[in-house]
Design a protein around this ligand. Structure first.
Ligand code: JFZ
Length: 700
């Protein structure tokens, strides 16, 4: 289908072809096409992300051939769900014939869409293709698709239409890893199909062709990539794929698994130019949320599996699922909750029940989720908070009471705004008498209705004057935790209405302690700094602490001569820590003037050691940031400055050390097990920002 057609469908969407919503809130219109998709301004970016940010809640659907075995293979309960081909080591020739059994006679896309919609979900992400390579739409580029099944129907097409009719946004999960497509590499170890003719670049072209089909046929609003972690998919492939899909559909939103910048299960995107519009924490919720402006979506199963397995009945209770939704919204993220339909196309009863119960709550309280943003409080002992800006410049707080408070009041700690006159009320019964709100120093205290038991989550509404100003611990600004002669400290708080008091001897600051609000402070001795805010004479928020240590710089060494470049050696083996290759003799050796993996002897199971000297341009404090996949360790002199050891995906760690001007013995150990590989070392120091170590500083 030509681009003109997807243009038309976007036009239809914005022209209101979607039936008008019956509830008060609805996603902003999907943005229309822009001429230069990749050079978007912050405003254009916000416009593209708006519907997604407002939605907050979506349905993930993992469905494919794997629903037929459903975790059983050859009469045995094997588990594995959508990974069964891999977990049971099934040969593609034994797996692919499942296609002939795929006949989900109960598939009813309208039923699915209504279940999602009634649960308060605004979008659906379904697997167009999972790791097994089977396609849920009739693809021109493969026969391993739904067209070749007894069922024969275009599943994505029918679901897209049902979504369109109900105003649910259709999104697609698309796997990069593909266990059956003949050009995909690496092959599973038990897959003995001849790999001679396999051509990974042709596989990438196949993917692009399929994504073009998907965009043309179904206009997915999100492309949710996955399976990017095998070493064959590179950062360059990721960048190119992101740019490709944004070029064929400038409005599309793309997750960060398109590129190689994801940090494991935590799912956030590392710094360094990695593509992706949002982070993808998996089965977990970031403990403290993310800084404002970082978009993320937690995906989670209701039981333990993504794909269908009849025996997996470990479903989380409704209360837990709903409170996760609220917790995520209170941290500014989206919740993508999964259902694995069975081989007939039915959602498990347990999933249906839970979504219905969530829907009952959302019916009354959805205003406290959709279109809201993160809490202004880091910690509330009675529940969570979400917020919305009101047209008059005031702010609405939704106070989600989870647990029966010990008394009949809840406390909003450290909030300096006054409530607007109306007071607080229950979202479920706005007309009932208002709840009294009183100021108690820096806190607001709200009286709960008598005998209230919160149930899953009772939502109170409180409008406050202007954007929330909440006093917590002051921030202590200091360049590094170690210093040579002296260090400069700065304190700051969110409001000038509070005073900052600090101590340097590890005692809790009191009203009579030194005043931290009058400019920078210089210290010359090691200190445990503690600082706290005071409002009208009383302490507010917690105590901030920082340990600052005065140190001697590591002595430089004298060498008779030094030459440019570090010496490197490579070592072969399946290592799990950097110690494992200490005694393995080198496979190759040479000299490098930059730290990278250009000398890597093979794609997997190898190690590299760099040795020589690092030249510190000045005496001072240096920070080293070491990002590697898998493990690495940096030693300067006898000091382990950064220990990033062990088998892991890309992970950044940093450490500080004070160095005298001159040469210092340097050793960097790195190893790669399997999958992607990466090694990035950067430093910052006296008068320069974090950057790669220049060739001039590397000696031997
Ligand atoms: C991936 C898939 O393999 C899985 O089948 C499902 O689709 C899920 C949503 O995504 O699972 C992953 C991906 C990455 C990690 C763990 C599970 N990881 O990096 O730790």
């Amino acid at each position: 289908m030509p681009i003109a057609c997807s243009l038309l469908i976007h036009a239809l969407l914005s022209a209101g072809a979607v039936p008008p919503p019956e509830d008060s809130w609805w996603p902003s219109e999907l943005p229309s096409r822009v001429a230069t998709p990749l050079a978007e301004s912050p405003d254009q970016h916000d416009a593209r992300m708006a519907w997604w940010r407002e939605s907050r809640f979506g349905l993930f659907i993992h469905w494919g051939l794997y629903a037929i075995p459903g975790g059983y293979w050859e009469g045995r309960r094997t588990g594995g769900a959508e990974w069964i081909l891999n977990s049971v080591k099934i040969h593609p020739d034994d797996y692919m014939p499942l296609q002939q059994q795929f006949d989900p006679v109960d598939f009813d896309p309208m039923k699915w869409v209504m279940i999602a919609k009634n649960a308060g979900m605004k979008y659906i992400v379904i697997t167009s293709k999972h790791h097994d390579g089977f396609c849920l739409w009739p693809s021109e580029l493969t026969d391993f698709d739904v067209e070749g099944t007894p069922f024969g129907r275009d599943i994505l097409g029918e679901l897209a239409e049902a979504c369109r009719n109900e105003g649910i946004v259709l999104c697609l999960y698309h796997s990069i890893m593909d266990w059956t497509q003949p050009d995909y590499l690496p092959r599973r170890a038990w897959d003995d199909r001849p790999a001679d003719g396999a051509d990974y670049q042709r596989y990438v072209a196949y993917m692009k062709g399929q994504l073009q089909e998907l965009v043309d046929r179904y206009q997915p609003a999100v492309l949710w990539f996955d399976g990017e972690w095998e070493g064959t998919w590179t950062h360059e492939d990721g960048q190119a794929m992101y740019d490709f899909v944004r070029t064929i559909d400038p409005a599309v939103i793309v997750n960060n698994r398109v590129d190689t910048g994801r940090t494991g299960m935590a799912g956030l995107t590392r710094s360094g130019g990695y593509r992706g519009d949002f982070g993808t924490p998996e089965q977990e919720i970031p403990a403290t949320g993310m800084p404002f402006g970082v978009d993320w979506e937690t995906c989670m199963t209701m039981n333990r599996s993504w794909g269908y397995q009849s025996f997996d009945v470990a479903f989380k209770p409704t209360q837990e699922l709903l409170r996760k939704l609220v917790d995520i919204a209170s941290k500014g993220g989206n919740f993508l909750l999964n259902v694995g339909p069975d081989e007939r196309g039915r959602f498990p009863e347990e999933s249906i029940d839970r979504l219905a119960a969530i829907g009952d709550w959302m019916q009354v309280n959805n205003e406290s989720i959709h279109g809201t943003f993160a809490s202004c409080f880091t910690d509330l002992d009675w529940g969570r908070c979400t917020r919305r800006n009101l047209p008059d410049g005031n702010q609405r707080l939704y106070l989600h009471v989870f647990d029966s408070p010990a008394s009949d009041v809840i406390r909003l700690p450290g909030i300096l705004n006054d409530p607007v006159e109306r007071g607080a009320y229950l979202l479920a019964t706005p007309g009932a008498g208002p709840l009294a709100v009183e100021r108690a120093g820096a806190d607001l205290v709200i009286r709960l209705p008598e005998g209230m038991s919160p149930g899953i989550d009772t939502v109170l509404v409180l409008d406050i004057e202007g954007p929330a100003i909440v006093v917590e611990a002051p921030s202590i600004d200091v360049t590094e935790p170690i210093f040579l002669e002296s260090a400069t400290l700065n304190f700051s708080a969110v409001s000038d209405d509070v005073e900052i008091r600090y101590t340097l001897d590890g005692t809790t600051p009191e009203l009579g302690s030194a005043n931290g609000g009058i400019g920078p402070i210089e210290i010359r001795r090691s200190a445990t700094v503690m600082a706290r805010c005071f409002f009208e004479g009383s302490p507010v928020g917690s105590v901030a602490t920082a340990a600052l240590r005065r140190v001697e710089p590591l002595r430089a060494v004298q060498t008779l001569t030094s030459r440019p470049g570090l010496r490197w050696t490579t070592h072969l083996g399946a290592f799990e820590t950097v110690a494992d290759f200490a005694d393995i003799k080198p496979a190759t050796e040479g000299v490098a003037t930059s730290i990278d993996l250009s000398m890597q002897p093979r794609p997997e199971n190898f190690a590299v050691r760099f040795t020589g000297f690092l030249e510190a341009p000045q005496t001072g404090v240096y920070r080293f940031s070491l990002d590697s996949d898998d493990g690495s360790r940096l030693k300067i002199g006898d000091v382990v400055v950064v220990d990033n050891d062990g088998l892991h995906s890309a992970l950044e760690k940093s450490g500080v050390i004070a160095l005298e001007k001159g040469l210092h013995p340097f050793r960097l150990d790195y190893f790669e097990g399997t999958g992607q590989d990466d090694l990035i070392l950067k430093w910052s120091g006296p008068n320069f920002e974090l950057q790669p170590i220049p060739a001039e500083a590397l000696k031997r």
